[in-house]
Design a binder for this molecule. Sequence first.
Ligand code: SF4
Length: 509
Amino acid sequence: MNARIPSAELAAPADGVGCHAGRAQMQQAAQAAGNSALLQRYAADYPQGPHDQPQSMCPAFGSLRVGLRMRRVATVLSGSACCVYGLTFTSHFYGARRSVGYVPFNSETLVTGKLFEDIRESVFKLADPAKVDAVVVINLCVPTASGVPLRLLPREIDGVRIIGIDVPGFGVPTHAEAKDVLAGAMLAYARAEAQAGPVQAPRNWVPPARSGKPTVTLLGEVFPADPVGIGMMLEPMGLACGPVVPTREWRELYAALDCAVVAALHPFYTASVREFEAAGRAVVGSAPVGYEGTAEWLRAVGTACGVAADKIAAAQNQMLPAIKGALARTPIKGRITLSGYEGSELLVGRLLVESGADLRYVGSACPRTPWSAADAEWLQARGVRVQFRASLEQDLAAFEEFAPELAIGTTPVVQHAKQRATPALYFTNLISARPLMGPVGAGSLAQVINAALASKPRFDEMRAFFEGVGVGDCGGVWSSPPQPHPEYREFHLHKMEKLARKRKAEEMV
Ligand code: SF4
């Protein structure tokens, strides 16, 4: 195989840089290694700013997770050992229960092209059609910056598809968008297969031809019960719920492409939308959350599918009273700020507002896209500040400004809130992993949020009890109560001032 070999001067260092440093250096190396077009596409698909990169987990986790959740798909990582350790640790923390392949490298195998040969060899070993439908290879930061050419891998080995993607932290800002990188690559592959000839139906799939109903593909990972609820909502319009993308098996990709309309429930799937649009499918934004959100979503989906107005009204009339009832039965009272990096933050925000919460701020690490525009407008019209590509600093500033009674956010935001005796909930684990759609979603948030709001006295009690413990000079582990020695601080201050004066005097000589 004639792999392009990065020169020693241009190749990214095998270690020592990455998400903590050297972003510009990595980008420069990637450009020099022939990856300019890739970086330009990522810059267009996943626009950055107002700051460079949100502070969330390694973006490649999103791609890794999509591959690991699919049946008969093997995943191989190519990157620094420390990155791979973190990624495999996180994937098993989230219950992957699947091995992750790893092709190690060093400076020599990177610059001589041996790394590419090693990746190629591993792909041939894994591509057993009796065991897998596809093998995914993910280039992390250093191999991407060094131009390790996954595009030169065979497209197929014994009927097993080979998907090579680059997911560098300096090109893909969040793990949410990294899900799109792999989902988009798989859809592109499956679309080409469908264009070339007949393809297989998913297992246990009732084809639309048999049910006689056009389907709605759901774009975005949702709570397992949500597609069932959405299917019930669509029924009066003569529509059925299609697969959820990212899919759980390869064959579902064909069924996903063979839909009447795509519902971009999560708004950051830019590359996937591009594939659906290339297949001639219309894409509808937002999601059926709350009363107003569901009414508008049903109208948009029905209109995109050419459903008659009376049938759209029938679908709305079937669901909306139940949603209104659920919202009224489970009100939320309290001032809340919300932030996260899953992409569903604005949908949760809508549900909170319709539940009666005094929501002041929604921060999302994901960018503004056409498919979240209606949600952003809806929230802003109700006085909620919406911040796309929110940084940790912006989330914390919102907390300080609005002094919420409950902060829903990422780990550092929750930690910050708890230090101030404010109840807080993790968005990823406790909020985004709940049903959000239809009548079930309308009632599901209130229980956890009201319980958290009611825990304020407990926080006050804890703070009063632990006040001053483990802070400042008393931090650390002590065998006896720590004795502050302010005189030591004075002494060292004088010493350093004296040293500074001496240095200055020497400079002047
Ligand atoms: S692969 Fe992930 S963890 Fe490794 S340097 Fe890149 S962004 Fe950081």
